[in-house]
Design a protein around this ligand. Structure first.
Ligand code: PEP
Length: 252
């Protein structure tokens, strides 16, 4: 059975004290939660160790928003996968559209980062998704196929078993405009088929594929009800305890 996950990408929001407070209030609200959805809090790097220290809930993990593609060295301002792991992270987002857009991250760079993450026992959450122009030009499947092939499908099957995929249509991120459940399901099924073609039906069926893009308590139930949608990568709504917890509760 594949894992259900709701992950909260805080992006560059919340100072240290606010971040600790948010993590604690989410933990408190989930005190009696014994559902089968795993929760991943993905704060800015500097919050990770403290939040990891304060989390005692078996269903809550912590992740980083990015890591470098090299193990160590003269890369001022960067953070390695090993550092993240040693700071207490279990997960790391790779290839978020904001990193692709603002920092020029390519599929090839993502592949190198994913290898670093795996070498350091982190579970990569690899993000793929088309822009509005690409969707309008009917290029969605071509773009996703290439992001999958170049970014992650070069791994061997054993390594791929540790990958989480997030389908995040760029036009839906932070815009308030979510994909419909049909649009999400269609792309998730396509991604799962790519994985099956490359590896096996078993590996494809076991892969967690998250939806991201303006997911909120009001649309989470219908998005998560789709057979190939295993949860969400949540941006804006993960900064509010009530919204985030309600999204987690929607992932049955
Ligand atoms: C994201 O940044 O991964 C995201 C899905 O953002 P939002 O939920 O705010 O659209």
């Amino acid at each position: 059975m594949r894992k259900k996950i709701v992950a909260g990408n805080w992006k560059m929001n919340k100072n240290f004290q606010e971040g600790v407070e948010l993590a604690m209030s989410i933990q408190q609200r989930l005190n009696n939660y014994d559902g089968n959805c795993l929760v991943v809090l993905i704060p800015p790097f500097v919050h990770i160790t403290k939040i990891r220290e304060l989390i005692h809930h078996p269903k809550i993990k912590v992740g980083g928003q990015n890591c470098h593609d090299k193990p160590s060295g003269a890369y001022t301002g960067e953070v390695s996968a090993e550092m993240l792991n040693s700071a207490g992270a279990d997960y790391v987002i790779i290839g978020h559209s904001e990193r692709r857009q603002y920092y020029g991250e390519t599929n090839q760079l993502c592949y190198a980062k994913i290898n670093q993450a795996l070498d350091n026992k982190l579970i990569p959450i690899y993000c793929v998704g088309e822009t509005l122009e690409e969707r309008k030009m009917n290029l969605t499947f071509r773009v996703i196929e290439q992001q999958m092939r170049e970014g992650v499908l070069g791994l061997d099957g054993e390594d791929f078993k540790n990958i989480v995929i997030a389908y995040e249509p760029v036009w839906a991120i932070g815009t308030g405009l979510n994909a419909t459940k049909e649009q999400a399901q269609e792309v998730h099924a396509f991604i799962r088929q790519q994985i099956e073609n490359q590896y096996s039906r078993e590996i494809a069926q076991d892969t967690t594929i998250l939806y991201g893009g303006s997911c909120k308590p009001t649309n989470a139930v219908e998005l998560f009800s789709q057979p190939d949608v295993d949860g969400g990568l949540i941006g804006g709504a993960s900064l509010n305890t009530d919204d985030f917890v309600n999204i987690i509760l929607a992932n049955q």
